[in-house]
Design a binder for this molecule. Sequence first.
Ligand SMILES: [Zn+2]
Length: 248
Amino acid sequence: MSYLEKVKDVLSINDLCFLKEDDIWETLDTSKAIIFDGHFELISNKHTDTFFRFAAISQYPSFLAKISKELVAWLKNNDIPEIDVVLGPSSQGLFFAYDIARELNGTMGTRAVYATINKKTGRPAEKLVEGFEIKPSEKVLVVNDLTTTGEGLDTLISLAEKKSGQVVGVCLFANRGIGVQKVEKISNQYKFHSIIDLDMPFWSKTECSRRCDREKKMIYSKDINHLPIYSEENEYEHYIKKLELYTA
Ligand SMILES: [Zn+2]
């Protein structure tokens, strides 16, 4: 099975407004943003054998610009006409928030602002990075590169609302939380869109002792951000080698 066949097996693309499906396949095939056949612990403490790494895509500004153009086309087609502020986390999602605001800026004069990251959990905190602000009644678009549990999105929404901003939409590049209660709730409550949906199952640690190959070394999602980005198909083994050096 080729890398792209594996990708197509776990991914569905939602109604595209500007890009062609081939643009998405090219982005994922070149970046190798999905790591297969591994053993990971996600921020949510769940275990899984697949990992989506947005940095693999955002390291190519031309890919990111295409994704932003697609998202902005979707916003316009879905009656979200005015956005004062794009709010994202100051982790990998920062590039996405910045680039969507850049794409919107030509027509709307939109700013980008960022939430700080809770160092313990790796998730966005309910606090803006110093110096940035959301003013009362400003229209806020909440964005993130990925959601799995909806926890991060929930915090970003609360932050915007605490500042008396009006959340006009919640947008993601990838939704890994299909069927997850919190993600479903957010998608029912707000104008919600993800460019792609990922069917990459995860399970509890307890279940993992039965399902995972115990010989297979595990990578914590907090560690992977410190490791180089690979664009080769057998990358999991590269990560493990680097991880051993990093944690040594
Ligand atoms: Zn495990």
